[in-house]
Design a protein around this ligand. Sequence first.
Ligand code: ADP
Ligand code: 5GP
Length: 187
Amino acid sequence: MNSPKLFVLSSVAGGGKSTLIQKLREKHPEILFSISSTTRAPRPGDKEGVTYHFLSKEEFEKGISNSAFLEWAVVHDQYYGTPLKFIEEAFQKGASVIMDIDVQGAKIIKEKLPKKIVTIFILPPNEKEWERRLRGRGTDSEESILKRIKNGKLELERQDEFDFKIVNDDLEKALNELEKIVFSNSN
Ligand code: ADP
Ligand code: 5GP
């Protein structure tokens, strides 16, 4: 990869971003994953410093004051942000980075670094399957699921702001499409 890029995946909760990023990185570990910071509580399966950096509200707000985030947003009532230092260091090494952030963050980051960013929206195949996957994941309370579905409907309205869209019906097919986008936009 000659020119490192930042591949930004967004979707509704349960759209399949994390699954696709994990699968892509199993095949291409040279693409680095940007670990976000968040104030939300860890869910089953979360690991500090692997899935997220879990911060208190005070720690996160200090990070905002110190310009430690490339972008940050309030999503589902919690802070989420992209640590700037990691992205700078990856680019210095010539490494591309993949990350998942919400639609507000994707817009901010695209405006900040237009030539370095490729934005991709992941779509569930239909509403019924989307809800099935979200519930089937078994990591969210019913209240949180209902909030994510409500937010998700607003996020779906913004899908055309993205450079690419992938319908995540068959996982292998969606992964193939993601690989094609990544490798054809890395120069
Ligand atoms: P997100 O990171 O966008 O919130 P996840 O990657 O956690 O979404 O996916 C939500 C759930 O759907 C997970 O349980 C995952 O295993 C499942 N899933 C993802 N993609 C597919 C697919 N193509 N077919 C069936 N299940 C899928
Ligand atoms: P979750 O709590 O389900 O892991 O993530 C909730 C939402 O926050 C998802 O849409 C996810 O993409 C988004 N998100 C995760 N990290 C960041 C980040 O660093 N910045 C922004 N803006 N959103 C993020």
